[in-house]
Design a protein around this ligand. Structure first.
Ligand code: CTP
Ligand code: MG
Length: 230
């Protein structure tokens, strides 16, 4: 399956609270964004990639991958969805077809395995809508009242966590995202924009350790795992 890639990498990493955006923190000799890009660069299906970085980002131009001809740069936006939209527009302006598949993957998810990537691509290649990697929740879930006491236990068998990559047709995703943003709908991932447009994305079960590095303990976890060899 041939696919384009959009990597939103324009966040500031407020919850990580480091001296730079978390995608530029080092794990095992490379920054997180480099690890993330390397999850895709050797894949035979990759048509090209866009990295969405803040316009005043001083770190991206210093990376060797900034000179890789398969990767172009797009301006990041205020929210993640704005960044992704800029990336999709950059692909379309560069000659990508609106019927092509596009994968959107968080810059802050450097631990995607080749097997998970291939399962997503193979499972969705003939799908009319597309979908995303997801993980069933593991813990018992409680609905809580404003007084901090349990109202009820929620049926967790129907609750999944949305991961990335998320895989949709370029044109359909672009239109759904643009319209949702225009209407002021909160879209925290690509699937929610497609849902808002009336589509039902398919969930493909992935590994739980394809985590989004969000807080310092996530960084420490990957640093310790990868110090034992990735
Ligand atoms: N992102 C982006 N543009 C934004 C906000 C986020 O491209 N305006 C990207 C981040 O760089 C990250 C991904 O979207 O790769 C997921 O977002 P998140 O984990 O929330 O990253 P940050 O927004 O950087 O972190 P925080 O919310 O803690 O500030
Ligand atoms: Mg954020």
């Amino acid at each position: 399956t041939k696919f384009w890639l959009v990597i939103p990498a324009a966040g500031v990493g407020a919850r990580m609270a480091a001296d730079r955006p978390k995608q530029y923190l080092q794990i095992a000799g490379r920054c997180i964004l480099e690890h993330t890009l390397h999850c895709f660069l050797d894949h035979p299906g990759l048509l090209g990639a866009v990295v969405c970085v803040a316009v005043d980002d001083p770190f991206w131009p210093q990376l060797p991958l900034a000179r890789d001809l398969r990767i172009r740069r797009a301006p990041g936006g205020r929210e993640r969805a704005d960044s992704v939209l800029a990336g999709l527009d950059s692909l379309l302006a560069g000659g990508a077809d609106s019927d092509d598949w596009v994968l959107v993957h968080d810059a802050a998810r450097p631990n995607l395995t080749p097997a998970d990537l291939d399962r997503l691509l193979d499972s969705l290649t003939d799908d009319p809508v597309g979908g995303l990697l997801a993980v069933p929740v593991r813990d018992t879930l409680k609905r809580v009242g404003s007084d901090g006491r349990v109202l009820e236990t929620v049926d967790r068998s129907v609750i999944w966590q949305a991961y990335t990559p998320q895989m949709f047709r370029l044109g359909a995703l672009r239109e759904s995202l643009a319209q949702a943003l225009e209407e002021g709908v909160a879209v925290t991932d690509e699937a929610s924009a497609m849902e808002w447009a009336g589509q039902s994305p398919r969930l493909i079960e992935g590994r739980a350790d394809n985590l989004k590095v969000t807080r310092p303990e996530d960084l420490h976890y990957l640093q310790s795992v990868w110090s034992q060899g990735r």
